[in-house]
Design a protein around this ligand. Structure first.
Ligand code: C2E
Ligand code: MG
Ligand code: MG
Length: 722
């Protein structure tokens, strides 16, 4: 209390006491004294509270009383305020408060409940203003209206509240803008989570609260496993971290990395905090990186890093089995010219096509990789010896023989190859690469389009074998192949019913070369496929011509190689040959060997069935030498069995052969198949066959295989004499 106000009060108190003493000394004094003491205590209490209290006389709105706190607030003694209009105190909301109080006071004052109001406002000059909170209500004292206002400075509290709100907002912003999903779980249910967590899982704001983690894990099993792992670790006061497959709101799944920690390791169920990151992109990037590290983008082939791995594996297998591994360095000849003249896009395309072709020539176990530029590396594991590599070389050369058609361009591609052999030339990839590279350069020096072994001796051996292959290729291109025809007669009537087309190589130096000498090589290198196609075309063309020459119903029999079934498109070749020649399919007979039928049976069966559907006849060549099985003869709906000449030759003198041949003929009859005996060289044999009721015969006795002109002439002569 300011001192002059206190003095004033003391003076007034003495005055009152004096009055009282004089007037009511005897009877009222004690009571008065008590009241005054109470009032004094109350006054002291009021003046010592930090809240300020104002009593307003209503309806005038004058300050009837105020405590010291208000005086302090306004910087004036409280007493100086008494009698002043409330609205003059500088409180902005004063009029509004007065209006509210005045509105509540109509009617005679009595004991009635009046509402308490509360208002908060700023007070003071800008910059130094404080925040006041004020509650006020109407009061009635001695039938007069008063407004009782109690206020306090809440600046500090306000500031604290604002700070807490700002801190919370900051935290929330921090959580929501975090690049990781954050979630708090209780009993594996989501208690709270940040926005990123909802985004990762594709849920709307707040939609995940209360959700069980089961909804985010694809299977019950995975859910149980994840739980066991987490609680196991939490129990040991450890955090967990794992990549998990999770489910989004739309049901799609993705990979997430989750790390979690229990709030209280003793009671992990009660709460754990988890951080989730969507690692799908990282996983994809990792896969891509692995791909890039191991594969060539242009051709999709593995690059050298993978060859290193494969080489190690191949070497281990080779060491254990005593086998060899060949490393081939393949370089395209004159690729730079193609690139420079036709452009890089053609160059790139050519590399892609070359890669595809090379791949087709290799086995499943081989590795083809792009070493860079126009260089390819080939790893051939499991070779019984170094020479075995030659077959593969021939296949590769053959595979590249056809020109490449790119953007209406026909490009001929040749390659130079260098070969190093594990373990003969080296035991590590580095050494083998160096040697294969040196050998490749020697191939280039030798005029390109060839190969060189690192080991010179190997070159000589391979030379001979490969020479055959290249000669055969040249023979086909230069038209050195011819077909000879060997008549087939019906034994009962003696009539010519067909002819077998037999391949001959009309070698410029060697003369006619027997197929027995070159067909195995042609099969080895795959060259039999184009050669076989050629045979089909020529045989059909000539047989169609026989029809025009009046040689009615003479069937042409063509030998097929197993490789034509496996590697070539035999159906397309046959269809083309028939279409081109116009030959009636019923006049074409295909000679298959038993080995064709037992290999990859289902696929061959389907092909054979389609050929049969076209009306073509089928016979089994060299019957009796293979794995004859009645079951597949029936399944493949063969028309004819061609009994192998080894049983026929000595038929007349060898009772065993005779027994076999008789049995085969009888069996064939019971299956409804025709029989033909090949290699019939004597009349005696033919007589026996007639006795056994063999249907047809073919052999030197009747005719050797002859050029087509001779065959036609012989037919005409036979007709003329019969
Ligand atoms: P093959 O299909 O069993 O042909 C019968 C072979 O026996 C032919 O030998 C034929 O000249 C020979 N020959 C015929 N009658 C007699 C005889 O009375 N006595 C003797 N000792 N031999 C006889 P060729 O023409 O040397 O053919 C050998 C094999 O070459 C053929 O055996 C066949 O497997 C294969 N071949 C021939 N031409 C082709 C062809 O165009 N494509 C395929 N893939 N293989 C063919
Ligand atoms: Mg034959
Ligand atoms: Mg035969």
């Amino acid at each position: 209390m300011p001192s002059d106000a206190a003095d004033d009060w003391l003076a007034r108190r003495d005055q009152i006491i004096g009055l009282g003493e004089r007037s009511f000394r005897k009877s009222y004094y004690p009571q008065l004294r008590q009241n005054i003491d109470r009032l004094e205590r109350f006054r002291t209490l009021l003046d010592h509270t930090s809240d300020f209290v104002i009593l307003l006389a209503l309806p005038e709105g004058l300050v009837a009383d105020a405590n010291a706190a208000l005086g302090r607030l306004l910087g004036e003694p409280a007493d100086a305020l008494i009698g002043r209009p409330f609205e003059s105190l500088g409180i902005a909301e004063a009029s509004a408060m007065l209006d509210a109080l005045r509105r509540e006071m109509p009617g005679p004052p009595g004991d009635r409940e009046t509402p308490s109001h509360s208002i908060a406002f700023e007070f003071g000059p800008p910059g130094a203003c404080i925040c006041l909170e004020l509650s006020y209500c109407l009061a009635v004292v001695d039938e007069r209206y008063y407004g009782v206002l109690v206020g306090r400075d809440v600046t500090e509290r306000r500031r604290n509240e604002e700070m807490v709100a700002a801190l919370l907002a900051e935290k929330e912003a921090l959580l929501d803008n975090a690049l990781v999903g954050i979630v708090m779980l209780r009993n594996r249910q989501i208690v709270s989570c940040n926005r990123r967590f909802e985004d990762i899982f594709g849920y709307g704001p707040g939609a995940m609260i209360g959700l069980s983690m089961r909804a985010l894990i694809p299977s019950e099993e995975a859910y149980i496993l994840a739980g066991e792992a987490a609680y196991g670790a939490f129990g040991h006061n450890m955090s967990v971290g794992d990549s998990l497959l999770m489910v989004k709101a739309d049901g799609s799944s993705f990979w997430a990395e989750a790390t979690g920690r229990a709030l209280d390791p003793a009671r992990p169920q009660e709460g754990s905090i988890w951080i989730f990151t969507d690692i799908s992109e990282r996983k994809a990037a990792e896969e891509r990186a692995t791909y890039l590290a191991y594969y060539d983008v242009l051709t999709g082939l593995p690059n050298r890093s993978l060859v290193q791995d494969r080489m190690l594996q191949a070497a281990a297998v080779a060491d254990a089995s005593g086998r060899k591994v060949a490393l081939l360095m393949v370089d395209l000849d004159r690729f730079k010219t193609i690139n420079d003249t036709l452009g890089h896009s053609v160059g790139d395309q050519l590399l892609v096509e070359v890669a595809k072709r090379l791949k087709l020539c290799l086995r499943e176990s081989d590795t083809l990789c792009r070493q860079g530029g126009d260089e390819f590396l080939i790893l051939l594991p499991g070779l019984p010896d170094a020479e075995a590599c030659v077959t593969h070389l021939a296949r590769l050369t053959e595979g590249l023989a056809q020109p490449f058609s790119l953007k209406a361009l026909e490009l001929e591609v040749t390659v130079s190859m260098g070969i190093a052999i594990y373990p003969d030339d080296g035991t590590d990839l580095g050494t083998l690469l160096k040697k294969a590279d040196m050998a490749m350069f020697r191939a280039k020096d030798a005029g390109r389009n060839t190969h060189r072994f690192f080991n010179e001796e190997m070159n000589e051996e391979a030379e001979e074998r490969l020479a055959m292959h290249f000669n055969l290729r040249r023979a086909l291109d230069a038209g050195q192949f011819v077909l000879h025809y060997q008549p087939q007669i019906e034994i009962a009537s003696g009539l010519l019913v067909g002819a077998e087309a037999l391949l001959r190589w009309n070698h410029p130096d060697l003369g006619l070369v027997s197929p027995a000498r070159f067909i195995p090589q042609a099969e080895e290198s795959g060259l039999i496929v184009p050669i076989g196609e050629w045979v089909l075309r020529v045989a059909c063309r000539e047989a169609a011509n026989w029809q025009r020459l009046g040689m009615r119903d003479v069937v042409v029999a063509v030998n097929l190689s197993a490789l034509q079934f496996r590697r070539g498109d035999i159906e397309a070749s046959v269809t083309r040959a028939l279409d081109e020649s116009g030959l009636d399919p019923a006049l074409l007979e295909l000679e298959l060997t038993e080995s064709i039928l037992i290999h990859d049976t289902e696929k061959v069966l389907a092909t054979v069935m389609r050929l049969k559907h076209m009306g073509i006849r089928l016979s089994i060549d060299d019957f009796g030498t293979g794995y004859s099985s009645l079951a597949y003869l029936k399944r493949f709906r063969v028309d004819k069995l061609k009994i192998d000449q080894s049983f026929i030759r000595d038929l007349a003198s060898d009772p065993d052969d005779a027994a076999i041949v008789r049995a085969v003929i009888q069996m064939a009859r019971s299956l409804g198949l025709r029989t033909i005996a090949e290699g019939v060289e004597s009349q005696q044999v033919l007589d026996h066959l007639r006795l056994y009721r063999c249907d047809e015969a073919q052999g030197y006795l009747l005719s050797r295989p002859v050029p087509v002109a001779d065959f036609v002439a012989a037919y005409r002569q036979a007709r003329a004499t019969s």
